[in-house]
Write a protein that binds this ligand. Structure first.
Ligand SMILES: NC(=O)c1ccc[n+]([C@@H]2O[C@H](COP(=O)([O-])OP(=O)(O)OC[C@H]3O[C@@H](n4cnc5c(N)ncnc54)[C@H](O)[C@@H]3O)[C@@H](O)[C@H]2O)c1
Ligand SMILES: N[C@@H](CCSC[C@H]1O[C@@H](n2cnc3c(=O)[nH]cnc32)[C@H](O)[C@@H]1O)C(=O)O
Length: 422
C-alpha cells in the first residue's frame, strides 16, 4: 500500500507522480465548461477574490478541481479536501497540488485520516468556505471556535447540508451567512435531477455489466434526485416502482406512469433498489428479508447509512467481492444481495460523478456565491440565505449564450397586458 506523501505547499496527497493524468482530466473539463469559463473572465477576474483564503470540501475529482483552479487563478489562496472517502481521485489531487492549490486528500483514507484532512482544511483559517454536507462548517463551529470570526461566509452544495444548516440557524449557532447553493434553480433542477439520474444509472450499468430493460427498479423517494433516477431508469426500459412518504409526490410519481407502493411490497418485486432520500435506513432488515435472490442495492442520496448496510452485514453468513465495486452478501437461506460502492454514492464513489455540463452550472453558482460574499458581504445577515436571483439568471444566460440561444423578449404591449387586470 502506498502512503500519503507531503508535497510542496504542505499538501497531503497520495503520489505527486500521478499529476499528468490529473492535468489531462482537468483540461477535459475546461474544454466543456463554457459557463465557468465565461464567469472566470467576466466576474471572477475583478479582484474581489484576491488574497481571500477559501476552504473547499467537495468530491475531489476533475470538475471540482477545475473550480478550485479558477478560484485560485482569480487570486484566492485555495485549500481543498474530499467530501466522501471514495470519490477522491489521487491523480486529480496531484495535479491540483502542482497548480498551487493546497490539498489534504487521498482516495479511501482511514476514518482518522479523512477526519484529519477536514480539520487541516479548517485550520488554514478561511475567509470563505465552499462546503458539501456542512462538513467544514459543522466542524468549524463545534471544534474551532477561535477561527469562526475570520469567516465572511460560506456556500452549501447539497440538500442534506441545507437541512443541517437550517437546524444550526434555528439553534442560533451560525454567526455568518451561508448561501444555499443547492437551492438555486440552476443547481438542484439540473444537478440533483438530471445529473444524479444519469450518472447513477450509468454507474450501475457499468459496474454490473447488466441490462435494465424489463427489470423492476425500485426508487426510494420522489424528490429531485429520485425524479432523475426514475426518469433515466425508465429510459433504460426498466419497470419503475416509487416509494415515498409525501402523498402529493407519490401521486406525481403515479401520474408520470410509475408504479407506486409501500416499500415492504416493493421489496418483494424489485430487481434493483436505488435510494435517493438523504434519510437513514430507508431499506432495512425487514426489506432484506423479502428481497429476491440477486437483488442489487445502490445509494444515490447522501451518507452510507441510507440503507442499513450494517444490518445486512449482520444478517449475512458470507460475503465476497463479486465484481469491482460490487459486494455480494449471502443470507442464511442462500439468497444473495449485491451492494454497490459500499453503500456510498454510486455515481461518484464508483464512477466519475455528474456530467461536466451539469457541474458547469452547479460550480458557476458556487463560484458566483463566493464572489458575491467576497464583494458584497454586508448584503447578507447570519444563517442560511437564498442565492440571489440574479445569480441564477446570469448562469442560465451564460449557458444559453454558449448554445447560441436567446430567451424570448416580451414586447411592451405584452408586459402591459400581463400587468393589467382589465
Ligand atoms: N448522488 C448525488 O450526486 C446527489 C446529488 C444531489 C443531491 N444528493 C443527495 O440526495 C438526497 C436527496 O436530495 P433531493 O434534492 O432529492 O432532496 P428532496 O428533499 O427533494 O427529496 C428527498 C425525498 O426523499 C423522501 N423520503 C424521505 N424519507 C423517505 C423514506 N423513508 N422512504 C422514501 N422516501 C423518503 C422525502 O419525502 C423527499 O421527497 C440528499 O441527501 C442530497 O444531499 C445526492
Ligand atoms: N458527504 C457526502 C457528500 C454527498 S454529496 C452530494 C453532492 O455531490 C455533488 N456532485 C455530484 N457529482 C459530482 C461531481 O462529479 N463532482 C463534484 N460534486 C459532485 C452534487 O452537487 C451533490 O449535491 C458523501 O458521503 O458522499
Amino acid at each position: 500500500m502506498q502512503h500519503a506523501s507531503s508535497t510542496p505547499g504542505d499538501s497531503v496527497i497520495k503520489d505527486p507522480a500521478l499529476a499528468p493524468e490529473g492535468h489531462r482530466k482537468i483540461d477535459w473539463v475546461a474544454q466543456h465548461a463554457p459557463v465557468l469559463n465565461a464567469i472566470a473572465k467576466e466576474q471572477l477576474a475583478d479582484g474581489s477574490l484576491r488574497g481571500k483564503k477559501i476552504a473547499m470540501t467537495i468530491h475531489l475529482e476533475a470538475k471540482t478541481a477545475y473550480l478550485a483552479t479558477l478560484l485560485s487563478d482569480a487570486g484566492a489562496d485555495v485549500t481543498v479536501s474530499g467530501s466522501n472517502p471514495l470519490s477522491t481521485q489521487d491523480d486529480v489531487c496531484a495535479a491540483l497540488a502542482e497548480r498551487g492549490v493546497r490539498v489534504y486528500a487521498t482516495h479511501d483514507p482511514s476514518d482518522e485520516d479523512f477526519e484529519r484532512y477536514l480539520h487541516q482544511t479548517i485550520e488554514t483559517g478561511p475567509d470563505l468556505i465552499v462546503d458539501d454536507g456542512a462538513e467544514l462548517v459543522g466542524r468549524l463551529i463545534e471544534h474551532h471556535p477561535d477561527l469562526v470570526g475570520n469567516v465572511i461566509g460560506a456556500s452549501e452544495e447539497t440538500t442534506t447540508g441545507i437541512m443541517k444548516l437550517t437546524a444550526m440557524t434555528g439553534e442560533g449557532v451560525l454567526p455568518f451567512p451561508v448561501l444555499a447553493a443547492n437551492d438555486a434553480k440552476m443547481k438542484h433542477l439540473f444537478d440533483n435531477r438530471y445529473g444524479t439520474g444519469i450518472s447513477s444509472i450509468a454507474a450501475i450499468l457499468s459496474n454490473t455489466n447488466l441490462f435494465l430493460s424489463g427489470k423492476a427498479v425500485v426508487v426510494m423517494g420522489f424528490g429531485w434526485v429520485s425524479r432523475g433516477l426514475a426518469k433515466y431508469a425508465d429510459g433504460m426500459g426498466a419497470r419503475v416502482i416509487v416509494c415515498e412518504p409525501d402523498p402529493v409526490k407519490l401521486l406525481e410519481a403515479y401520474s408520470e406512469g410509475y408504479q407506486v407502493m409501500n416499500s415492504l411490497q416493493a421489496a418483494e418485486e424489485g430487481d434493483v433498489f436505488i435510494t435517493g432520500t438523504g434519510n437513514i435506513k430507508v431499506l432495512g432488515r425487514e426489506h432484506f428479508e423479502r428481497m429476491k435472490d440477486g437483488a442489487l442495492l445502490a445509494n444515490a442520496g447522501h451518507y452510507d447509512h441510507e440503507f442499513d448496510l450494517a444490518g445486512l452485514q449482520e444478517m449475512a453468513v458470507k460475503s465476497r467481492d463479486a465484481r469491482r465495486n460490487v459486494v455480494e452478501y449471502e443470507l442464511a437461506d442462500g439468497r444473495r444481495l449485491h451492494v454497490l460502492a459500499r453503500g456510498r454514492l454510486v455515481n461518484i464513489a464508483a464512477a466519475d460523478g455528474h456530467p461536466v455540463e451539469i457541474m458547469d452550472l452547479t460550480f458557476a453558482v458556487q463560484a458566483l456565491a463566493a464572489h458575491r460574499l467576497a464583494s458584497h458581504a454586508a448584503d447578507f445577515g447570519p444563517g442560511i440565505q437564498p442565492i440571489p436571483d440574479d445569480i441564477d439568471d446570469l448562469v442560465a444566460r451564460h449557458k444559453l449564450a454558449s448554445l447560441g440561444v436567446e430567451p424570448e423578449k416580451l414586447t411592451e404591449e405584452q408586459i402591459r397586458y400581463q400587468q393589467s387586470w382589465r
